[in-house]
Design a protein around this ligand. Structure first.
Ligand code: PMP
Length: 364
C-alpha cells in the first residue's frame, strides 16, 4: 500500500476472486463458469465487429437492450447493461443504499466489499440453521435489501412469491435480487418489476450463457430505477460494455433452444453429481444453481479442497464461520464430474479428521 491511498480505503479488504491458476491444467470447478465454449453462431458474430474496434461502442447498448427486452418481455427503458453483473451491483450500492442495506450472513462475498467501498452501512442477517433464508426476517424490515437468488454459495432458491412479499412489504426501500444463477432451476422475478417500482432484478451472461470472459450483465427494473443506474454509469464509464461483448450478447439471444439445451445439461449433471456425492457420505443443500454446496463428516472443507487441488481439481472453500466445513463445487461436464467422484474415492475419506476435529464437527 502506498502512503497516498485515501484514508477510508487503507484498512479496506478487497474482494478475493476464486483462483485462476496458470501453473498447470486443472479441472476447474471453482468459479461457477460453464464448461462449454461459446457455440459458433455466437463466436462468429464478432468477426465483422473486429473491423470497427477503432470506434467507441454504442454507449446505450440499444441493440442488445432491445433484444433483451424482447426476450424478457419488458420495455427497453427497463433494461441496463453492465460490465458483468458485478458492475451493476456496484451501481446499485452506489445509487440506492446510502441509508444502508441488509443481506444474509452467508452470501455473495462482494456485497460487504461494495458496502465498504461506497461507505454503505450494512447488516448481515443470519441464515437459518439449515442455511435457508427466512423470508420473515426481511418482511417489512424497512431497509434496503440485496439477496442472491439462488443464494450463493448455498444454491438454495426462493420462489417469486417470496420475492413479491419482500417488495410489497418494503415499498419505500429497494429490493435488489441478484439472479446470477436463476436459469439453473429457479423462477425469475423479472415480471414482478412491472408491479413493484422498488424491485430490481440483476442477471449475468457469465453463468448460463457461457460468457464469463466477455463480462456482460444486465438489470431490469422500473423506468426511474434504470434511469438512476444510468446516471451512475454515465458518471463512471459510459462505454462500460465493449463492442465485441455487445455483439456477442446479442448473438447469444438468437438461439434460445441451444441455451435451454446447455442449461438442462448442467441441471442433469448437477442431479447426477448430487446423488453420487450423497452415496459417498456427503451432506448437500438443495442447490438449484450450477454448483453444489456440501460437507463430509470425515474431512474438513480446507483439507478436501487441498487434497483435490493436489490431484488437479479446483473447488472453492471459505475460511468463514458456519461454512468452513463446506466446499462449493461447480458443475462441469459429466466427464469432469466423474473425475471428481473418482478423485474423492481415491482420497479415502474415512478417519481423515483428528478425534478433536470430529468432536467439534459432531457438535454442529
Ligand atoms: N452475483 C453472484 C451471486 C455471483 O456469484 C457472481 C459471480 N461471481 C456475480 C454476481 C458476478 O458475476 P459477473 O460479474 O460475472 O456477472
Amino acid at each position: 500500500m502506498s502512503r497516498f491511498i485515501a484514508r477510508r480505503f487503507a484498512s479496506m479488504d478487497a474482494y478475493v476472486p476464486g483462483e485462476q491458476p496458470s501453473d498447470m491444467e486443472y479441472i476447474k470447478l471453482n468459479t461457477n463458469e460453464m464448461p462449454f465454449p461459446l457455440p459458433d453462431f455466437v463466436a462468429n458474430a464478432v468477426k465483422n465487429e473486429l473491423d470497427k474496434l477503432q470506434l467507441y461502442p454504442n454507449p446505450d447498448g440499444s441493440r442488445l437492450i432491445n433484444k433483451l427486452s424482447e426476450i424478457y418481455d419488458v420495455d427497453p427503458e427497463n433494461v441496463i447493461i453492465g460490465n458483468g453483473s458485478d458492475e451493476l451491483l456496484a451501481f446499485t450500492f452506489l445509487a440506492f443504499f446510502e441509508a444502508g442495506v441488509v443481506f444474509p450472513d452467508i452470501t455473495y462475498g462482494f456485497y460487504p466489499v461494495y458496502a465498504k467501498l461506497y461507505d454503505v452501512p450494512y447488516r448481515e442477517i443470519p441464515l437459518a440453521d439449515d442455511l435457508t433464508i427466512n423470508i420473515k426476517d426481511y418482511t417489512g424490515i424497512g431497509q434496503n435489501i440485496v439477496i442472491a437468488n439462488p443464494n450463493a454459495p448455498t444454491g438454495i432458491v426462493l420462489g417469486p412469491e417470496d420475492i413479491e412479499i419482500l417488495a410489497k412489504s418494503n415499498p419505500d426501500y429497494i429490493v435488489a435480487i441478484d439472479e446470477a444463477y436463476i436459469d439453473f432451476g429457479g423462477e425469475t422475478a423479472v415480471q414482478l418489476t412491472k408491479k413493484y417500482d422498488n424491485l430490481l432484478v440483476i442477471h449475468t451472461y457469465s453463468k448460463s450463457r457461457s460468457m464469463a470472459g466477455a463480462r456482460l450483465g444486465f438489470a431490469i427494473g422500473s423506468t426511474p430505477l434504470i434511469e438512476d443506474l444510468n446516471k451512475m454509469k454515465y458518471s463512471f464509464n459510459p462505454y462500460n460494455v465493449n463492442r465485441l461483448t455487445q455483439v456477442l450478447g446479442e448473438a447469444a439471444l438468437n438461439n434460445e433452444a441451444h441455451f435451454v439445451q446447455k442449461r438442462n445439461e448442467i441441471i442433469e449433471v448437477r442431479e447426477y453429481t448430487h446423488k453420487k456425492l450423497e452415496e459417498l457420505g456427503f451432506t448437500l443443500t438443495d442447490s438449484k444453481a450450477n454448483f453444489l454446496f456440501c460437507k463430509h463428516p470425515d474431512i474438513g472443507g480446507f483439507d478436501l479442497y487441498s487434497k483435490l487441488k493436489d490431484m488437479g481439481i479446483l473447488i472453492r472453500q471459505w475460511n468463514k464461520p458456519r461454512i468452513f466445513d463446506y466446499v462449493r463445487i461447480t458443475i462441469g461436464t459429466r466427464e469432469q464430474m466423474d473425475a471428481l467422484i473418482t478423485a474423492i474415492g481415491q482420497i479415502g475419506l474415512k478417519d481423515l479428521r483428528t478425534k478433536k476435529e470430529k468432536k467439534s464437527y459432531e457438535k454442529k
